[in-house]
Design a protein around this ligand. Sequence first.
Ligand code: NAD
Length: 392
Amino acid sequence: MKKPLKLFSSRRKFVKRFSQGVGSSLLLPSGLALSQWSCATKSQQGEQSQEQTETPAKKDRLGVALVGLGSYSTGQLAPALQQTEKCYLAGIVTGTPSKAEEWKKNYNIPEANIYNYDNYDELANNPDIDIIYVVLPNSMHAEYTIRAAQAGKHVITEKPMATSVEDCERMIAACKENNVELGVGYRLHYEPYNQEMMRLGQEEVFGPVKSLETGFAFNIGDPTQWRLDKELAGGGALMDVGIYTIQGACYTLGEQPVSLVAQEFNSGNEKFKEVHETIEFSMNFPSGLTSKHETSYSKSYNYLKAEAENGWFQLDRAYDYGPLSGKTSEGEMDFPQIREQAVHMDAFADSVMNGTTFKAPGEMGLRDMCIIEAIYKSIENGNTEVDIDYRS
Ligand code: NAD
């Protein structure tokens, strides 16, 4: 049995592997900025001896500010932050005063921790906020992550990390310069069914994987939404949900692809005049395997399937908030359905507080954007094979 690669199981390992190979000139992320989170509360400070004051007490839980109170923040992240153990909902950033009032009431958020897009940078002066979580349209992730880093706050940014490789690099550099941690909202690294796919694939439990097929699609509604606006979304279904299939293949195989071929399909629907509707692509891995991917804004599927030498394993549904389900050639998978976002945010908070490794660092978001840019290049070049340029 092959030794498990555990590729990307930690930021440090990710950086090591990534920088040894394709990304040797990559800017490495920062060390921990203990001063950012180790400030004591006022009451704790009053009780401290002089000696303790010199070494401030650690916070038990870190304060998170959500930036952008749209459907993901409202439906998933805020409820998850009621279940987290290492962080809590401490603040919000919103351009809509009525939302500020509602959230203040619902979540007991102090007035002093409510910000808008004009006074965002003043978060720098707020010791209650340790982590800024950017949950804005894709093309805004870079700016708000960089400004969060400049405010001295650790940052989680939603997927896709940005809309270009260049922006991902700027985000990593800003976090490094300001000694803050950078994570991506790839919640499935902490989800048991997907973790089982990683184990079965990387440890070759059924032998080496011989084929891998994966897809994620949904029927997009409102034609006026930002997801169909190229400037805000960056791309179509690929950047939004196809990115999960890139993740799925990489973490099931414990490898990253070296080249790919992609093809676009467009029904001619007016909705898709700016962004891609359906893309199919295949990625070639160093092991010799070619994974097959599909993603669309006008279909519905959500699966990750692997066939190995001595058996098979698959999830269907694979990538959403649950319930997820999976099978292997030996029977049904049976894991708890968890609040993925709570575990993911706690893991990030733990990495900040205790130096543990976070499984979805900024470098992984950069890697995926290199792959996405190669997919667009292959389409532009008439569906030709493109080597993936993991430049930094
Ligand atoms: P949404 O449209 O529901 O919310 C977007 C928020 O951004 C709104 O509060 C909106 O007011 C605000 N905003 C600020 N400036 C804006 C502008 N110029 N145009 C449009 N909106 C603006 O979107 P969402 O579904 O919450 O997605 C937000 C981000 O979260 C996206 O990057 C998306 O990919 C990501 N997301 C991740 C997951 C996941 O499972 N990890 C799930 C859903 C969304």
